[in-house]
Design a protein around this ligand. Sequence first.
Ligand code: AP5
Ligand code: MG
Length: 190
Amino acid sequence: MKNIVIFGAPGSGKGTQSDKMIEKYGLNHISTGDVLRSEIKNGTELGKTAKGYIDNGQLIPDDLMVSILASVYDSFGREHKGVIFDGFPRTIPQAEALKKMLDERGDKVAAMIELDVPEEELMKRLILRGQQSGRADDNEETIKKRLVVYRNQTLPLIEWYKNEGIHHHINGLGELDRIFGDICAVIDGI
Ligand code: AP5
Ligand code: MG
């Protein structure tokens, strides 16, 4: 079982590269952002709570995210080839909770893959996506807040995963296929 954390700032390509990984390796995928956006669309209580945070570029509280994550993970059953965690963890408590949740099931994260992209490029990509798809948090003001949250709350996870001995750095700037090739080299090496 190859459980993989795909890690990076807003707009770094986590979702884009996850699609390719799902296709090539038959992995399952948990995008906590997609889960929350679907709850918002369906008008659930969770969606109503989440909307306030997302529109303001802030993170949803850890305890709420952790309980969602465990239930989605368990929905894949015990026979899966592995799960891509996209957009989770985003804080050190979330990383600790993920480790504990997997430990309790006899599982683990095999690799944390960091997509490293400069902020000017992230801003360009997200503004463009906002114009094309209208994702509510893809406007300049909210993107700036998301990047601050990333720097302050999420970036420290790189050191955390280095200490776990499973951090892999990838240059996330450039051609999609070159980036995917670098990701495959990590996955094939697990
Ligand atoms: P989430 O949905 O996870 O958003 P995000 O982390 O801000 O990242 P994005 O989905 O915007 O970017 P991505 O890295 O997936 O890049 P993509 O492939 O789309 O989270 C949204 C919100 O939900 C958070 O702000 C928070 O409020 C809440 N939330 C989610 N998880 C949470 C958690 N664990 N705890 C608490 N709160 C949580 O690519 C971006 C664009 O760039 C696309 O248009 C794509 O086509 C383009 N692109 C991709 N790769 C390239 C490339 N190589 N060259 C040029 N363009 C490219
Ligand atoms: Mg995404």
